[in-house]
Design a binder for this molecule. Sequence first.
Ligand code: DON
Length: 563
Amino acid sequence: MKNIFLAGALLVCQFSWAQYTDINIVKEVKVKNKGVVVSAHPLASEAGAKILKMGGNAYDAVVATQYALAVVYPQAGNIGGGGFLVGVKNTGEKFTIDYRETAPAKASRDMYLDKKGKANTDWSQNGRLAVGVPGSVAGFFATLKYGKLPMKKLIQPAIDLAEKGFAITEQEANLLNVHQEIFQKHNASTSMAFVKNTPWKAGDILVQKELANTLKLIQQSGAKGFYEGKTADLLVSEMKKGNGIITLDDLKKYKVVERKALEFDYKDNHIVSMPLPSSGGLLLAQMLKMSGYENLEKYQQNSAQAVQIMIEAERRAFADRAEYMGDPDFIEDKTAYLISDEYLRNRWKSFNFNKATPSSEVGKIIPQPKESTETTHISVIDKDGNAAAVTTTLNGLYGSKVVVSGAGFFLNNEMDDFSIKPGVPNMFGAVGGEANSIQPHKRMLSSMTPTILLKNGKPYMVVGTPGGTTIPTSVYQSIVNVVDFKQNANISVNAPKFHHQWLPETVMAEGNFPATTISELAAKGYIFEKVRQLGRTEMILIDDNGNIHAVADGRGDDSVAVE
Ligand code: DON
């Protein structure tokens, strides 16, 4: 480890590990008058920073970072998945871009039930039938409207990384090794870049020629280079190798949707987040408002009282997720009511400091006969004060595990985010019903929560994380850690986190979560389950004087890059 001071940087902690010859993981940066990019991989953050240096703005940088993540972070970065962008321009204009995957035209409500009506989560999670129509590339082109540079330039760093190869990190090597068998099960092609005879190790060079060619087609032909022509043909023939149902027509008809951001006030902050079909912003508003009724700032961060209040806010919000939330183009959008004080104050009446509220008291539980993760977030601010928060996903690690043969990219398994049968948990244990049932062209409900906080009309925090259903609760904690508990960005991101989602009744907590809090709450009826990690949060804080403090989560290879 060594400290390096960059021109214009007040403080840069740089971890330089010998075996990653050209990979430097930068966890924390303080700068002024420069743009910063925080993402899950140092080379992707650098790709974004390079675009800022070339005169691009935050929206150009976030596109370049996403293309680069599709190469250097194949577990979640993608062109075969989907995502959401929340933007606030320095003019005050707010916008969101929804490039969530859609159900193919041939999808149907009961497509994952066997002949006996039993839900088969292997079908919704692995292989070709699990794939939703990808939205990412259309989303990148929709983002161009807010950028300054042509796509040809934004995609170039990704093409170079795919063509020349790059040294993989230890985390990526371990994950690739664990997945070798399942990659082989779902892919016939022997030319697949991700499979090799000897185990992967840190520093191995990953070259992706097929992916480089696909990116070049997009560079030459625009979105049509993905949704039509050779790439589309390869994707559809990949579908036909198994039980996939995506057609050329599904790809040609894919459309992004620009939606009005979900906005609400919290203390002296104005919060701008993603509306439905992500539940993220809505849950965040509900949780912040409910815990606000107890004046959360009176308590210590991660104390038994604060954690109890927050668990109960999470429980009530997630019960509403299961009942009411889905694609607003298909269901009645009840957001305004669900975040109203009239509704939430009433919902909060059953909160009791003496004991845990049983989940059955706050939502309708559908009893089920016993039946038997990956995403990534990018936070960017440019030197002119434009902010972008993007969360993008393949859903599970490496999505459906299917790589489009000849085109070199992983396809998502986002169909599992639908409620495949009322009450049957998805891969994150989330349950749902009619509101999130499968219909052709419908978007599956998400938890992704890319969020920007404004103070006096200017970006104050840019934040988000992966983690499935743990996303909204991690973003919630990251925000209250700063706003209520007055922590800095580093502590807010790296402090131990917890998570509750109504069902199951257990509360997840990271291994280093305070034992005294756990035992005090256990005495009130809360059941805790230790988990390895919750989220990988990327946070940028900007103070009144324009000082920028960017932090990449310590839980992964996440890294900050400065313009
Ligand atoms: O949209 C969603 O909520 C999920 N598909 C996100 C998946 C995820 O965050 C996995 N990462 N760990």
